[in-house]
Design a protein around this ligand. Structure first.
Ligand SMILES: [Zn+2]
Length: 165
């Protein structure tokens, strides 16, 4: 009798596990194949606005810097700031990381890349320490960035062409 109960128990466990796997797979599939949901987009836009205001207040810079959500960035890169030959400055955020690291993307990555973009505006396009100089650090802090002294993205400033579109 005990064995019978044990069998039933494991059968139920297997069925539940299967459902869970399917649900998880479906959830990931939905995320990968759809644009970011409205709540996430609004969160990004709000932060972007906040950064524009801070940039104006603290550095008197009014320039609009586009923030682009990319599906084509390598996973190890959370964000990037790019500077094209024609002087165009853009920020890319890796869509793949918005599902499990929303807060990190908003509070760390976006201000981090924004600080790189401002460095470009100041004409500082040096690649020294991947662009993470003391001046960069100070700008990052002024933009209320979290952990401006620690960075996962070591190669997140890109001069010239990108294929992140
Ligand atoms: Zn960086």
């Amino acid at each position: 009798m005990f064995l019978q109960k044990l069998k039933t128990f494991f059968l139920i466990l297997t069925i539940l596990g299967t459902f869970f796997l399917i649900y998880n797979w479906y959830d990931n599939y939905q995320f990968k194949n759809n644009p970011l949901n409205q709540t996430i987009i609004e969160t990004i836009n709000t932060k972007h606005k906040e950064l524009e205001i801070l940039t104006y207040q603290k550095f008197n810079i009014k320039r609009k810097i586009p923030v682009i959500i990319s599906e084509k960035m390598p996973s190890k890169l959370y964000g990037a700031a790019t500077y094209s030959k024609s002087g165009q400055i853009q920020i890319f955020l890796n869509k793949k990381h918005f599902q499990e690291s929303l807060e990190y993307m908003i509070d760390d990555v976006l201000p981090h890349e924004y600080a790189h973009a401002l460095m470009f505006i100041y004409g500082k396009t040096t690649n020294q320490n991947g662009g993470h100089t003391l001046k960069w650090q100070n700008i990052c802090k002024s933009l209320n960035g979290s952990r401006c002294d620690r960075f996962v993205n070591h190669n997140d400033i890109i001069m010239g062409k990108t294929n992140f579109f």
